[in-house]
Design a protein around this ligand. Structure first.
Ligand code: PLP
Length: 503
């Protein structure tokens, strides 16, 4: 760069346009390749670290060269969450319009912490939150905002519960001036409750042990008799039942807890009812699943993550809170430099008053644009396609005597286990040994399929056993992809099963 260009960081319009067109070409090529791309790069961390070993640039560089490094250095070592055969964590595939929305949002660079620095962005967020609320049958005048993800959404909900329900002022005194001897308690189911709730209570300094794990029923849903019993026992001990977290599409098996029953239990005892629908809340759009969601509208708060089953590019979580004022009471604070303006009609909602973040990007735009592009009808079709893939996989598993599942399919989650009849027969009299070998075998299968590049799968545990977990939340996945992956799992399984470590 010559010294003149340092006077103004901006490029000339023609240069920017050329560079932008180049970027669009690169992205378009990428989207075109997604069906055949190696899902995981299978390079070691130190290899990839080496690729990026370079000194802090002293002199500026040619932007075209920098963009080419995206192709030569970043793409080859990326994991492709947009692949139709990526089934890791609960990672959405990313809408194309969402990609463009990210660029547009960055170009104007509004800060949605406050209305004044982000008038239209704030109103887009307000409207999009209303749409999501409507989608899950929640009151349209609820509070809510976009967060970095489900963990921060759950944290925001539980902090709101604590600030509003604690029998003393936790806002000014925190936990330092506690006039009660017992402990605040948060309840979730033992098998399917999500670890982000532990993170939330941790951030609130309630202690990880404040989460009480409620027994699950055979179908993995929360046993509400045990919930009631646990609450009563805690009350007798002088503890303070603060919040019950229900799963709405759980992490391993996609179960939905009995929401109406949990709502009743919470209402009777003035306990906060939080519905963690990070993965599954949007499944309410599916007519054949809708009855399972009865009662979600009674929750005090709902987590739903657009970056999961709405396929929005990272990052984008969302929390809805029935009573917006309770959010404001929990998070609002003031300083002379935060407003710096008169409260006239030329100002509005300051999201920094409603959640933990102050500076915030324009996350809402990618959700707003994707919802407009696809409509609820488009989403209904895609969600139904994903559920269809899960059901299809279940039929493949049930037809093949070398595979098994430990649960019924629901929504987008499915866990299976490679359990060849030969190994089962050999260790039939020693179930512990059988489980040990199958656990090791299934773990190895997953590691190998990742390295093969055909698909990205992970293991989890169901009923204490290692299983192969599918989270089908790509809008690109078809039954053909399921066939390819199932065959590959079988092929790897058969070859590993010949080794003495497993058989
Ligand atoms: C049920 C549930 N809640 C919360 C979370 C946390 O979401 P995030 O990873 O976006 O913070 C997850 C993540 O998978 C989840 O499945």
């Amino acid at each position: 760069m010559d010294s003149e260009s340092f006077d103004n960081l901006d490029m000339q319009p023609e240069d920017f346009r050329k560079l932008g067109y180049r970027v669009i070409d690169v992205i378009t090529e990428y989207y075109t390749s997604l069906h055949d791309v190696r899902v995981f790069p299978a390079s070691t961390s130190s290899d990839i670290e080496q690729v990026f070993t370079e000194d802090l640039p002293g002199e500026g560089q040619d932007p075209f060269g920098i963009i080419e490094e995206w192709k030569s250095k970043i793409l080859p070592y990326a994991t492709h969450l947009g692949s139709p055969r990526y089934f890791g964590f609960v990672n959405g595939s990313g809408t194309m319009i969402g990609t463009l929305a990210e660029a547009l949002a960055a170009s104007v660079n509004m800060n949605t912490g406050g209305w004044k620095p982000a008038p239209s962005a704030t109103e887009v967020e307000r409207r999009t939150i209303k749409w999501l609320a409507e989608m899950v049958g929640y009151s349209n005048d609820c509070g809510g905002l976009f967060t970095s993800g489900g963990t921060m959404a759950n944290f925001t909900a539980i902090e709101t519960a604590l600030r509003n329900l604690a029998p003393y002022d936790t806002t000014s005194k925190g936990l330092q001036d506690k006039p009660i001897s017992g402990k605040f308690k948060v309840y979730m189911s033992d098998h399917e409750g999500h670890v982000s709730i532990i993170r939330a209570v941790d951030l609130l300094n309630l202690g990880r042990e404040s989460v009480h794990l409620v027994k699950s029923r055979e179908d993995f849903s929360m046993d509400t008799e045990d919930l009631e019993h646990s609450i009563e026992k805690d009350i007798e001990n002088g503890d303070f039942p603060l919040c019950v977290v229900a799963q709405v599409g759980s992490i391993n098996v996609g179960v939905i807890d009995p929401l109406e029953e949990i709502a009743r239990i919470c209402k009777e005892r003035k306990i906060w009812f939080h519905a963690d629908g990070a993965c599954g809340a949007v499944g309410i759009l599916l007519p054949k699943k809708r009855s399972q969601y009865k009662g979600i509208e009674l929750a005090d708060s709902i987590t739903m993550d657009p970056h999961k089953w709405l396929y929005i590019p990272y990052d984008c979580g969302c929390v809805l809170i029935r009573d917006a004022e309770k959010m404001r009471k929990s998070f609002s604070l003031n300083a002379p430099y935060l407003r710096g303006t008169l409260p006239t009609e030329y100002t509005g909602l300051y999201y920094l008053d409603y959640g933990p973040e102050m500076s915030r990007g324009f996350r809402a735009l990618k959700v707003w644009m994707s919802l407009k592009h696809l409509g609820t009808e488009g989403y209904r079709k895609l969600l139904s396609q994903n559920v269809g893939c899960v059901e299809y996989l279940d039929t493949l598993v049930r037809k093949d005597t070398d595979f098994e599942t430990l649960h019924k399919p629901n929504l987008l989650m499915y866990c299976l286990r490679y359990a060849p009849t030969k190994i089962k027969a050999k260790y039939a009299s020693d179930i512990n040994e059988l489980d040990k070998r199958l656990d090791a075998l299934n773990q190895q299968i997953v590691d190998e399929i990742q390295l093969s590049g055909t698909a990205f799968l992970m293991t989890t545990k169901v009923l204490g056993r290692v299983v192969i977990r599918f989270s089908v939340c790509s809008h690109r996945t078809t039954q053909q992809d399921i066939d390819i992956v199932f065959l590959k799992l079988k092929e790897i399984g058969e070859s590993l099963a010949l080794q003495s470590d497993y058989s």
